[in-house]
Design a protein around this ligand. Structure first.
Ligand SMILES: *Cc1c(COP(=O)(O)O)cnc(C)c1O
Length: 463
């Protein structure tokens, strides 16, 4: 019987840091999932990363996505959830294709853009939503509150639609999301309610924070489906193992390139390697928010504030939240504000990870070049990933098997694609009727009293 995995906080060593009371305990996966963040504002990480024998990887050569998902998920969760429940969750979550598109030789694009909201965030959100439903207290409803400025909200909202025992309230800033994003959020329906706030993203976040600390809601199981939840990292290990299982010969190594913002996606690759997957190098290209490539080069970490507005807008992050987990894995500590308490082993990090900053100009050039040369269509995030891979191969020499991730569907960026390529990308199946859908958002001001009354009328505590 394997030992039950425990999770600790990345801030557990910070005894001397002002304003932080380190959380020294460990928690189960269930607790980490339902708590989201550790009480000391650190991130939960597994105490040990379970290692699979080479035979386990060999055995999944050519396996389906759901088979690979089950292997990875069971490795972490076998002690906490029945195998049959896990199998149902996975079958239900992953009901769309995961294409590997060949570019040239043995260089591939892994397309993670076929889910219901056409970004890779569907992979994590869909599994996390179902895990939360399975792990909630029986009979008690969970109430998820999210503030969003765009894509995360629709992925999370869609993932929770129809999920038993959970109600979701999504707040978005009325004038800061695009018309199409607004429609995506307003029309999710069922147990998911959109709230259009007459304010900014920060106002939405403040309303959510106030609700979390409001004693009136203490008995109502409020939770956030935040991107720092370990429940969103675990599902992101799976597609690296799947790509390898589809493409590798024998126990061949692979180079992955992962366009990176908050580093949760790339963290999935880091964990896959630590589980024993043969990964030659993890390439983590960023846009012009280059705090991480600079750190690898100079050993000095300086967050970028405010973050720079680049074409690959989901990666406009000046201090990646999951850097705390990367630092921890390499023996360092960085806190939520970007202050480095202990520097990680930089040499070790550099043997495993390469990072480069890709400018908007290079991003556009790459979209055009890859389309003209190979007839492969990329959007800005995927182009940052591909260009990062090219830079890596130019610097370190060719490597036979490489996979670069496409994290969103090109149809989400029609203007950029039209300008560069003079074509209009087809909407994915899941978004075809988006312009005709109608929804019923609630309209609220930034006043907490008003939001409180609204929530009181909406939230239920039992099934
Ligand atoms: C969120 C997002 C990213 C960045 O992923 P991280 O896990 O935050 O590094 C990249 N591309 C797209 C399309 C995204 O939505």
């Amino acid at each position: 019987m394997p030992q039950r995995l425990r999770y600790y906080s990345t801030n557990r060593h910070l005894d001397q840091a002002p304003g932080i009371t380190p959380f020294k305990d460990t928690v189960s996966f269930r607790e980490a999932l339902l708590m989201g963040q550790a009480p000391d504002e650190g991130l939960f990480v597994p105490e040990q990363i379970p290692v699979l024998p080479v035979e386990a990887f060999r055995a999944i050569k050519g396996a389906s996505y759901t088979q690979v998902a089950l292997l990875v998920a069971e490795t972490f969760l076998a002690e906490e959830i029945p195998a049959e429940t896990l199998r149902q969750i996975i079958d239900d979550a992953y009901n769309y294709p995961v294409p590997l598109e060949n570019v040239f030789a043995r260089k591939y694009i892994l397309r993670l853009d076929q889910g219901p909201t056409a970004s890779f965030k569907d992979f994590a959100a869909r599994m996390m939503a179902r895990l939360m439903s399975a792990f909630r207290d029986p009979g008690k409803r969970l109430n998820v509150l999210v503030a969003t400025s765009g894509d995360t909200g629709s992925a999370v909202g869609d993932a929770f639609r129809g999920v038993e025992g959970i109600d979701v309230t999504i707040l978005y800033p009325r004038d800061e999301v695009s018309g199409r994003q607004k429609r995506q959020l307003d029309t999710i329906g069922q147990n998911v309610q959109a709230v259009s706030v007459d304010g900014k993203f920060d106002d939405c976040q403040n309303l959510v924070k106030q609700a979390f600390s409001d004693p009136a809601f203490a008995g109502l199981n409020l939770t956030s489906a935040n991107s720092i939840n370990f429940g969103r990292i675990l599902p992101q290990i799976i597609y690296y193992v799947y790509a390898w299982a589809q493409l590798a010969r024998e126990t061949e190594s692979v180079v992955f390139s992962v366009p990176s913002g908050n580093f949760g996606d790339a963290l999935g690759c880091e964990y896959a390697r630590r589980m024993g997957l043969p990964v030659e190098k993890l390439v983590m290209p960023t846009n012009e928010n280059d705090e991480f490539p600079r750190f690898l080069e100079t050993g000095t970490y300086e967050k970028i504030s405010p973050s720079r507005a680049c074409l690959s807008n989901a990666m406009n992050v000046g201090h990646p939240s999951n850097l705390a987990r990367f630092f921890d894995l390499y023996g360092g500590t960085v806190d939520r504000t970007g202050f480095v308490h202990r520097t990680p082993d930089l040499e070790e990090m550099k043997t495993r990870i390469y990072s480069a900053s890709i400018s908007d100009r290079e991003t556009k050039k790459t979209i055009k070049k890859v389309y003209d040369q190979y007839k492969v269509l990329l959007e800005p995030h995927g182009a940052v990933g591909w260009r990062g891979l090219e830079v890596y191969l130019e610097l370190f020499g060719d490597f036979p098997l490489c996979v670069s991730l496409e994290t969103a569907h090109p149809a989400k960026f029609p203007d950029e694609i039209r300008e560069l390529l003079e074509i209009t990308p087809d909407l994915p199946q899941s978004m075809k009727d988006i312009d005709e859908r109608s929804g019923h958002p609630a309209f609220l001001s930034t006043d907490y009293g008003e939001f409180r009354t609204f929530l009181k009328g909406r939230l239920r505590d039992a099934d």
